[in-house]
Design a protein around this ligand. Structure first.
Ligand code: C2E
Ligand code: MG
Ligand code: MG
Ligand code: MG
Length: 286
């Protein structure tokens, strides 16, 4: 009888934290085995030049098919687990390799000008081999280094500024492009903006959303002004409506990415999208 009570109490009082730890560990185990079985996918979302409306870039985004269903587990959920477990080093290397392989394929099939953006996490910067890995991957695919853009968030920079700045400087010297992702959400020190060898600021979706009613548009406006004064290119994230795109263009933003143009999609679908988009543009301009 006593034993039964203990069990009951244990289950009842199981601290939320332990439950969360158990969930995390089982997710990590599953992620590790699915990655080993090559089940992760890399999808691509177009980045559009606001003036010409041409596709000028792509962002590579990870997708993990839900082991228990037909859908996908959000990278917002599993990337933090991959970071926490260190798995992101191997997964990130695969992302880099796959993105470069696909970029080469696109360049060889007529999309010479397109660039590819890849998200990079903090543990990757801590890996001594990271800078060499990026250079080597570009080299193996014979890609011009400036056709690859690395996206890092402000929190990555703030976490370990020395390591990140040093790595980015070396990559930049090699020709690789650097973008700050989700800009405006990370409370980064302004002084880092001058220390980092940046090419682009990505205006966070939350500020782009707000340009529509007009009242809160000043944050997006301030970010674009800052970016222009720093001599950087600017891209608006999460553009879902025409008005948002035209407003961002009016502010002096160069590019946009969002559901208005296209959602992230598998490579085969992307190839078809690019073909269709280009022929539509040609039809409009003729
Ligand atoms: P992120 O780098 O800021 O990527 C942009 C996210 O916004 C993507 O979410 C994309 O699907 C979403 N998005 C794009 N346009 C719109 C729009 O118009 N409306 C809305 N509501 N959302 C839009 P996703 O694919 O779920 O990725 C979430 C985050 O996971 C990424 O945010 C990035 O931080 C991380 N992530 C994804 N792939 C990788 C990867 O390969 N490596 C690393 N380290 N992180 C990754
Ligand atoms: Mg990104
Ligand atoms: Mg972002
Ligand atoms: Mg984000």
């Amino acid at each position: 009888r006593a034993k039964k009570n203990i069990t009951t109490n244990f289950e009842f009082y199981l601290p939320e934290m332990e439950e969360k730890t158990a969930w995390r560990l089982s997710m990590i185990r599953q992620l590790r085995s699915d990655f080993a079985e090559r089940k992760l996918e890399l999808w691509y979302q177009p980045q559009i030049d606001l003036v010409s409306e041409r596709v000028v870039g792509l962002e590579a985004l990870l997708r993990w098919p839900d082991p228990e269903g037909q859908g996908y587990i959000s990278p917002a959920v599993f990337v933090p687990l991959a970071e926490y477990s260190g798995l992101i080093i191997e997964i990130g290397a695969w992302v880099l390799e796959e993105a470069c392989r696909r970029l080469k394929e696109l360049k060889q099939s007529g999309h010479e000008q397109i660039r590819m953006a890849v998200n990079i996490s903090m543990p990757q910067f801590r890996d001594q081999q990271f800078v060499g890995l990026v250079k080597q991957t570009l080299d193996e695919h014979q890609l011009p280094p400036d056709s690859l853009e690395l996206e890092i968030t402000e929190s990555v920079v703030m976490d370990e500024p020395q390591i990140v700045i040093e790595s980015l400087r070396s990559l930049k010297a090699h020709g690789v492009s650097i973008a700050i992702d989700d800009f405006g959400t990370g409370f980064s020190s302004m002084s880092y903006l001058q220390k980092l060898p940046l090419d682009r600021l990505k205006v966070d979706r939350s500020f782009v959303n707000e340009v529509e009613p007009g009242q809160n548009a000043f944050i997006a406006e301030t970010i674009v002004t800052l970016s222009n004064k720093l001599g950087l290119h600017t891209i608006a994230e999460g553009v879902e409506k025409r008005e948002q795109a035209s407003y961002m263009l009016k502010l002096g933003c160069d590019e946009a990415q969002g559901y208005l143009y296209a959602r992230p999609m598998p490579f085969e679908q992307l190839v078809a999208f690019l073909q269709k988009h280009e022929s539509e543009l040609k039809a409009e301009n003729s």
